[in-house]
Design a protein around this ligand. Structure first.
Ligand code: GAR
Length: 193
C-alpha cells in the first residue's frame, strides 16, 4: 500500500477533501493508495474527529511538550513512520519543520499554501494580497524544501479578488479551490511514488 499521512493543525477541511476524494475516486483500486493516518500538533484540531469518524488513525503530537523544534520533529517523524508513508501531506499544518525532517521525506512531502507562490510566503496571505492591491489571488501545491513556502510547484489555482473582499471572504473563495486542487495534485503524483 502507498500510505498517505496527513498533518493538520486545525479545521482540516483540506484533509477531509483528500479523504473524500480517496473514497469517491477509489484511490486504493486506482493507485494502491490510502489515507493511513492524520496527525495534529494540536489536541483540539477539529479535523481529528472527522478522521476518527472515517476510521482513520488519528494522533496528536503536541509541539508545546517539546523543548526544541528538533525534538518535536523527531517525535513527529516517529509517529508518521509507524505508518510507513509513501507520501506525507501538510494540510493547514502551521509549524515550521526542521531541515532534517524535510530531508527525511524528500520528494514525498507536499504542502498547500494559500497564495500564488512565490508571492506571499508566510502568514496572513489574504490580508497582504488585499493590501498590495492584487486583482487575483489563489493557492499553490508544492514540494516542501527546507526554505519555508518554497520548493517546486506542482499546481496552482487562481481566484479573482472582488470589490468589497475582506481577508475572510477571499480566504473562503481560495479554500473552495484548495479542496479541488489538492486531491487532484495528489492523484497525479501517486502513480509516480
Ligand atoms: C488552508 O487555506 C491552507 O492553505 C492554509 O491554512 C488553511 C487550512 O485550512 N495553510 C497555511 O496557511 C500554511 N501555512 P484547513 O485546516 O481547513 O484545511
Amino acid at each position: 500500500d502507498k500510505n498517505i499521512v496527513i498533518l493538520i493543525s486545525g479545521t482540516g477541511s483540506n484533509m477531509a477533501a483528500i479523504v473524500r476524494a480517496a473514497q469517491q475516486e477509489d484511490w486504493r483500486q486506482r493507485f494502491g493508495a490510502r489515507v493511513a493516518a492524520v496527525v495534529s500538533n494540536k489536541a483540539d484540531a477539529k479535523g481529528l474527529a472527522f478522521a476518527r469518524e472515517q476510521g482513520i488513525a488519528a494522533a496528536v503530537v503536541d509541539h508545546q511538550r517539546f523543548e526544541s523544534r528538533e525534538l518535536f520533529d523527531a517525535e513527529l517523524a516517529r509517529v508518521i513512520d509507524a505508518h510507513r508513508p509513501a507520501l506525507v501531506v501538510l494540510a493547514g499544518f502551521m509549524r515550521i519543520l526542521t531541515p532534517g525532517f524535510v530531508a527525511r521525506y524528500a520528494g514525498r512531502l507536499l504542502n498547500i499554501h494559500p497564495s500564488l507562490l512565490p508571492a506571499f510566503p508566510g502568514l496572513h496571505t489574504h490580508r497582504r494580497a488585499l493590501e498590495a492591491g492584487c486583482r487575483f489571488a489563489g493557492t499553490t501545491v508544492h514540494q516542501v524544501t527546507a526554505e519555508l513556502d518554497h520548493g517546486p510547484i506542482l499546481d496552482q489555482a487562481v481566484v479573482p479578488v472582488l470589490p468589497g473582499d475582506t481577508a475572510e471572504t477571499l480566504a473562503a473563495r481560495v479554500l473552495t479551490q484548495e479542496h479541488l486542487l489538492y486531491p487532484r495534485a495528489i492523484a497525479r503524483l501517486l502513480p509516480r511514488l
